[in-house]
Design a protein around this ligand. Structure first.
Ligand code: NDP
Length: 478
């Protein structure tokens, strides 16, 4: 058995009794073991993520099953059969770190692919769209999902107040209040990249791309009463389900698909393809199969691997790029920034975040720099003495952009913002529609009628029977 030591390495002789002045006397300051032990304990908690605080994760493997090299030169997709190590973290969004796994909420679905060209993070949700399409609205939106400033209680009024003033949220609301808003654990739900990203191929041609990860376990959901019961009986339901399945070698799998849009089609497509409140209908852009993500190894240490895992859509590799999607652009800053705040500026050198290929740069110092900090090598460029240099390979074609710099709302209409919500409503089976309208009506309890009526007008615009169904539950005559 190893000897217990203090952090300076000296052996601990007694880890049960503090040093006191006599057998009944007070503790002495010179008990540095006690001081160190308490001081470390006092600092065990780090800031939880402002969103996606409660999560579970697992290591895995991504295997390419179909050739998509005509769309992308990314090394991860370079040949059928190629395998890449991954780490995936699932989460709820609004709740705190101890909140219930079965809450009605989107689920985060973030995967870090440790490719041989650096880490690529696909940081999406179990929903193909989002509530808003401009990061300018994100802090306000999230405030409505948290707690009231005075009572510290969540508030239906706060949520519907915001949504009723943000009609582009209707599509995501329809998913949220359908039973897919309460998935049966993390294994039995789809993942979506949600944003539009780009692919660049070896000929330097750009395609816009949407990523889909379809569960091979089948889409299973909880009805509202079941989710509420589980929130009380087992708030860690999804965490436990994932861990136990992997422990029992019942490895969950997802099939990755992409939708591909040639670059220039974005200009004429009838939907703004960079609007994250919209999907690209499969009829227009069919799913193209790419590969399989399998989760096959549980974390050995939750804090080191899951809590310290830092995902960001800014982590990209050659052959995969961004798009003008305004929410994506905001996340490119906000995601790494939140990790700098939570984990410190050197968060990417933590084992779970570290790329598997060699990382060389001129970044130096900062809190918790725990490697050799670049040793004695030159830490600037250009230089006659530098041991690293840029590649001089341009990885992407230039992106044509025109227009005047200004603050724009996407050019859209209420009809455009409600059409796909209506399409989703009509995808649902009759019993799923019944659950949807009941879930919405229940979530409107206590909300002022003025807000409810405005919101009902959006549901009706999506589909007349959608609005009528909710109104009927609420006892409101439209
Ligand atoms: P399709 O008829 O081609 O596909 C319907 C989509 O709806 C499938 O992706 C399916 O996912 C999903 N779906 C099926 N049942 C449910 C459910 N109970 N709750 C939520 N989603 C469900 O449709 P379109 O592409 O023309 O899109 C129609 C609507 O479907 C859209 O407005 C959008 O709301 C929704 N949808 C579309 C997606 C897309 O990327 N085009 C992705 C997801 C939803 P699955 O096969 O996993 O069941």
């Amino acid at each position: 058995m190893k000897k217990l030591t203090m952090s300076n390495g000296r052996e601990v002789e007694d880890n049960q009794n503090s040093v006191t002045a006599g057998s009944r006397g007070p503790v002495l300051m010179q008990d540095v073991l006690l001081m160190e032990k308490l001081a470390h304990f006092d600092r065990e908690e780090i800031p939880e993520r402002i969103v996606h605080a409660k999560g579970a994760g697992a290591h895995g493997t991504f295997t390419v099953t179909h050739d998509i090299t005509k769309y992308t030169k990314a090394s991860i997709f370079s040949e059928v059969g190629k395998k890449t190590e991954t780490f995936t973290r699932f989460s709820t969004v609004g709740g705190e770190r101890g909140s219930a796994d079965t809450a009605r909420d989107p689920r985060g679905f973030a995967t870090k692919f440790y490719t041989d060209e650096g880490n690529w993070d696909l940081v999406g949700n179990n929903t193909p769209v989002f509530f808003i399409r401009d990061a300018m609205k994100f802090p306000d939106f999230i405030h409505t999902q948290k707690r009231l400033p005075d009572s510290n209680l969540p508030s239906n009024t706060m949520k519907w107040d915001f949504w009723s003033k943000t009609p582009e949220s209707l599509h995501q609301l329809t998913t949220l209040f359908s039973n897919r808003g309460t998935p049966d654990g993390y294994r039995k739900m789809n993942g979506y990249g949600s944003h539009t990203y780009s692919f660049v191929n070896a000929e330097n041609e750009r395609y816009w791309v949407k990523f889909h990860l379809k569960t091979q376990q089948g889409n299973h959901t909880l009805r509202a009463n079941e989710a509420t019961r589980l929130a009380g009986e087992n708030p860690d339901y999804a965490t436990e389900d994932l861990f136990n399945a992997i422990q029992e070698s019942d490895f969950p799998k997802w099939t990755m698909y992409v939708q591909i849009m040639p670059e220039l089609e974005a200009e004429s497509y009838h939907i703004n393809p960079f609007d994250v409140t919209k999907v690209w209908p499969h009829g227009d852009y069919p799913l193209i199969e790419v590969g399989v993500l399998e989760l096959n190894k549980n974390p050995e240490n939750y804090f080191a691997e899951v809590e310290q895992a830092a995902f960001s859509p800014s982590n990209k590799v050659p052959g995969i790029g961004f798009s003008p999607d305004k929410m994506l652009q905001g996340r490119l800053f906000s995601y790494p920034d939140t990790q700098r705040y939570r984990l410190g500026v050197n968060y990417n050198s933590l084992p779970i975040n570290k790329a598997k290929n060699e990382v060389y740069n001129n970044y130096r110092n900062g809190y918790m720099r725990h490697d050799d900090n670049g040793g004695s090598s030159t830490n600037y460029e250009p230089s006659h003495f530098a041991s690293v240099s840029q590649t001089d390979v341009i990885n992407e074609p230039p992106l044509k952009i025109d227009g005047n710099a200004d603050r724009y709302n996407y050019d859209t209409s209420l009809e455009a913002d409600t059409t796909q919500a209506g399409a989703l409503y009509r995808v649902l089976a009759p019993h799923e529609r019944a659950d949807l309208v009941e879930n919405i009506a229940n979530a409107m309890a206590g909300v002022p009628e003025e807000i409810v009526r405005l919101q009902l007008s959006y549901f009706s615009c999506a589909d007349a029977s959608y609005g009528e169904g909710i109104a009927k539950h609420l006892g409101i005559k439209l």
